[in-house]
Design a protein around this ligand. Structure first.
Ligand code: IMP
Ligand code: MG
Length: 182
């Protein structure tokens, strides 16, 4: 059997660490969205595992929608300008939008999403990201709430991939260099 877990140099956050942070994020969101039914948007595919856990930890009723952007190709460095590959099915106008991201790295994806959805007349816009990698930022943007901050390392697991692999690891780890440098 292929043991994808062996490809991590080390584990940063265990499933238990993640569950505790998801609970905190959900409580923060419940307070923020009290009395509303936000449109919760998962940016595929990286955020989907976090998204499913997060919305189930929230008490606020949400509607769910999904969007796919192009970003990295299959490698480990950013290609710059993301485009919409699959759009939302719900209109955003007048909605309280809760955008759920996997990681804010260079920040280009988030800037683009804010521009795209902002132009559709959302009533409010809240961004939650599982991870923040501030050392790599190229544009001045950040999530309203991030569960964890990471250093300048390539992260996989709990939704995050390298070449479409490792998304289903239940923990978050640092990928061995030899894997993306070979
Ligand atoms: P951006 O550079 O902030 O635009 O991030 C673009 C996307 O690249 C993120 O949403 C992730 O899907 C992906 N990404 C950035 N850093 C990592 C990483 O360390 N591991 C896996 N995916 C990453
Ligand atoms: Mg992403």
């Amino acid at each position: 059997m292929m043991e994808q877990g062996n490809d991590c140099e080390r584990i940063l956050f265990t499933a238990e660490d993640i569950a505790a942070q998801v609970k905190k994020a959900a409580a923060w969101l419940d307070e923020r969205f009290e009395g509303t039914v936000p449109l919760a948007v998962s940016v595929l595919k990286g955020s989907v595992i976090f998204f499913c856990d997060l919305v189930r930890a929230m008490k606020t009723p949400v509607q769910m929608d999904f969007m796919t952007l192009s970003s990295y190709g299959s490698g480990s460095s950013s290609s710059g300008m993301p485009k919409i590959v699959m759009d939302l099915s719900a209109p955003v106008e007048g909605r309280d939008v809760l955008l759920v991201e996997d990681i804010v790295d260079s920040g280009h994806t988030l800037v683009k999403l804010k521009e795209l959805l902002g132009g559709r007349g959302a009533k409010s816009f809240t961004v939650v990201s599982l991870l923040d990698k501030p050392s790599r930022r190229e544009v001045d943007v950040k999530a309203d709430y991030s569960c964890f901050t990471v250093g300048n390392e390539f992260i996989v697991g709990y939704g995050l991939d390298y070449a479409q692999r490792y998304r289903n690891l239940p923990y978050i780890g640092v990928l061995k260099r030899e894997i993306y440098e070979k």
